[in-house]
Design a protein around this ligand. Structure first.
Ligand code: UDP
Ligand code: MG
Length: 330
């Protein structure tokens, strides 16, 4: 299933099952203030739902004590801690966790305790009843600023415009996936991953579970404006080609307008003769067209950058080391 070499702790009480029913994948980046509490809560919630489970924490190149603190819990819960060689981003951490997971069902969730664990049994029941994916959706966005709500809406509109796959707005990375969904996602080779899009792209029978987020247990959100814009750009350029195609329409419209204006100018000159004024029209036209061309080249550049990173073949992440509870028979 995966090529991770697990190092076992010498003295551990807790055993890692070989064929767990459930794997819980938790990406974490500089979460030293929340990680222990969050893992304890996740462990408690998991053992209420299922007997045989594993927790996989992917330390996404933390510079604080996230990794060390997570490792201390290997003796008290069935835990695997994967450490990246540097920060590769949440999408890659999720992918590494999915690749490492052995469960028949896999749940992904954040390490900051924002997501309500009460949704876990609900998701699990949906899975037992035949759903291949159960994903949390925000019941409301009342706590967000007007600007963030507007930008999120604009992003999902842009993303869903002209695609065959509906990518649900307000869906979270907190979700339960059947083994077949996980295998489908991990078989995808692209490197610029936008997980929310991939979940939708692979298909399968899915159901939304409305949740309300609590405040972060501690620490700060890692997704500021810059990171969110990067993610949005990855999402749009991975799942839609309309930003490329739209320039054909704009180009045609501008060309037709210019032609009509040219005919009008020619007619006027023919009837009324020439006069010097008109340089401002020329200047504005040139500047406007220059701007339009630069924007369209920029859009091309974005797509070429995606192709470049996929073609150069570097892996999406590099694992530094893996520490786990002792592997045991079920
Ligand atoms: N995260 C990560 N790598 C990153 C940034 C974030 O693994 O580069 C993890 C983070 O530790 C948390 C989850 O992704 O477990 C969600 O991050 P955060 O809570 O900052 O995002 P928000 O909830 O504000 O969208
Ligand atoms: Mg959070």
């Amino acid at each position: 299933m995966n090529d991770l070499t697990a190092l076992a702790l010498p003295t551990v009480a807790c055993r890692l099952p070989q064929n767990p029913t459930l794997s819980l994948v938790v990406p974490a980046f500089n979460e030293e203030e929340c990680i222990v509490e969050a893992l304890r809560k996740i462990d408690l919630a998991a053992c209420r739902v299922v007997d045989c489970y594993e927790i996989i924490i992917v330390d996404d190149g933390s510079t604080d004590r996230t990794y060390e603190l997570a490792c201390t819990l290997c003796s008290v819960m069935p835990l695997r801690v994967i450490r990246f060689s540097r920060n590769f981003g949440k999408e890659q951490a999720l992918m590494a966790g999915l690749q490492a997971a052995n469960g028949q069902a896999v749940v992904t969730m954040d390490a900051d305790g924002q997501e309500p664990l009460s949704a876990l049994p609900v998701m699990f029941d949906h899975w037992r009843n035949g759903y291949k994916m159960a994903y949390a959706v925000l019941a409301h966005r009342r706590d967000e600023t007007v600007v963030k709500k507007f930008l999120t809406k604009a992003f999902y509109n842009a993303l869903n415009f002209g695609t065959d796959v509906a990518i649900p707005a307000d869906a979270r990375d907190f979700r339960l996936m059947d083994r077949r969904v996980v295998d489908a996602i991990t078989s995808l080779t692209e490197r610029n991953r936008f997980m929310k899009g991939l979940y939708g792209w692979v298909g399968f029978k899915s159901i939304a579970v409305p949740v309300q987020l609590s405040a972060r247990q501690a620490g700060q959100s890692k997704f500021g404006f810059r990171r969110l814009s990067q993610l949005a750009l990855t999402g749009v350029t991975s799942f839609t080609a309309w930003p490329l195609r739209v320039w054909t329409g704009i180009g045609t419209a501008v060309a037709l307008l210019s032609l009509s204006y040219g005919i009008f100018l020619a007619g006027r000159t023919f009837l009324l003769g020439t006069d010097l004024p008109g340089w401002s029209t020329l200047a504005v036209g040139m500047l406007f067209l220059g701007g339009v061309q630069l924007v369209s080249i920029g859009v091309l550049g974005e797509y070429i950058a995606r192709i470049f990173t996929d073609v150069n073949g570097r892996p999406g992440f590099i694992i530094d080391c893996v520490l786990s509870s002792v592997t045991g028979l079920q």
